[in-house]
Design a protein around this ligand. Sequence first.
Ligand SMILES: Cc1cc2nc3c(=O)[nH]c(=O)nc-3n(C[C@H](O)[C@H](O)[C@H](O)COP(=O)(O)OP(=O)(O)OC[C@H]3O[C@@H](n4cnc5c(N)ncnc54)[C@H](O)[C@@H]3O)c2cc1C
Length: 384
Amino acid sequence: MRPHSDVIVIGAGIVGAACALSLQKAGRQTLLIDAAQPGCGITAAGMGHLVALDESAQELDLCLYSLGLWRQWVEQHPGIGQVVQSGTLWVAENEQQRIEAEARAERLNARAWQADLLNTDQLRQLEPSLRHGLAGAVRVAGDSVVYPPIIAHHLAQELQMFGGEILCGQRVMSLHDSSGKTSTVLLENGQHLSAQYVVVAAGLGVANLLSDMPVFPRKGHLAITDRYPGRLQHQIVSMDYGQHAMTADGLSVAANIQPRATGQWLIGSSRQDGKTDTKVSPIALGAVLQSAIRLLPCLAKMQIIRAWAGLRPASPDGQPIIGEHPHRPGVWLAAGHEGLGVTTAFATAEIVKDQITGQKPAIDPTPYAPSRLLKESINESAYG
Ligand SMILES: Cc1cc2nc3c(=O)[nH]c(=O)nc-3n(C[C@H](O)[C@H](O)[C@H](O)COP(=O)(O)OP(=O)(O)OC[C@H]3O[C@@H](n4cnc5c(N)ncnc54)[C@H](O)[C@@H]3O)c2cc1C
């Protein structure tokens, strides 16, 4: 292992692994460090839905840029990552949601991401397992499903193929600016390693390394069924998703059912702030399953074989944190992607790589800049 690299990336989740590979391919000698193994953090706990979410213009920009990069990656890596070209069915349960679905279709079509409106009958024909009487849906054909931990692992392997290095099983304890031109990381074994640039992509671990970066956990529950091949073709998501209607204890739930390449159904999902444990809550899990059964009644008779909870690394304004730390030259962030880190990993990596190598990123990176949060944290002290 070299004591000095051009770049050290801390965290080999899907975000850090994508950043490391991109930088190495751009000719920067890169070392990727993880306290455990590639893809074993939140990347292993999520759903792997590659989705064009449009809750804000900035979110959609990042998703669409990344989905284009995912498309290329999938073409270049056939057979890797359990890819299912499922599309998404955004299902409207009532007239209000149907109107919102229309607006979503307009927004996505305006950006050339095909979105087709379906009426009640068309919806039932497309997915016969859906319950009768739904108000309609938007079908987003270009969305898909992957298995994120395998992809993170593969990216880390590719990094090594391109001459990069990876150090697993070593936690970075702290990060120091040793001179204007280098940063140094201290490993738990006492070793110091230095680099011109350090990219902190440590998921929830960011807050331990950079205490001024308000990355906080947003808990989510998932369950997976036994194998039922052929019963579901699309990722089914309620138009409720992202609306954040909460119960008194801050729990919000929206049905999100994913067909896995194995024939299993992965069922989500919930959101809850203020929780730092990954214990499964029967109340949250029950609410998730009920919301899914409301759309897909046959699920009530299917076998659930495992349930778990994961902590999404969230940021106060819902946008990821991508770019150079405003007060620490040479320290970059790629973090806080909440429930979209798999979708947006490749766009994040390109932005970080372009900024470090002095290129103009393909989309405006300003909405994701770390500096916005430092300003906010001065004005508002109640975050996460
Ligand atoms: C229930 C749920 C559903 C989700 N569904 C989706 C979805 O459908 N689509 C989507 O796009 N996203 C989804 N996500 C979100 C997505 O999983 C995350 O945004 C993404 O995995 C974050 O990746 P990461 O690389 O930033 O973090 P992680 O995967 O957590 O990686 C961080 C890595 O850093 C390492 N690390 C931490 N601290 C240190 C340190 N000090 N030193 C060394 N290493 C360190 C950890 O070991 C870990 O491997 C979901 C998440 C959850 C919980």
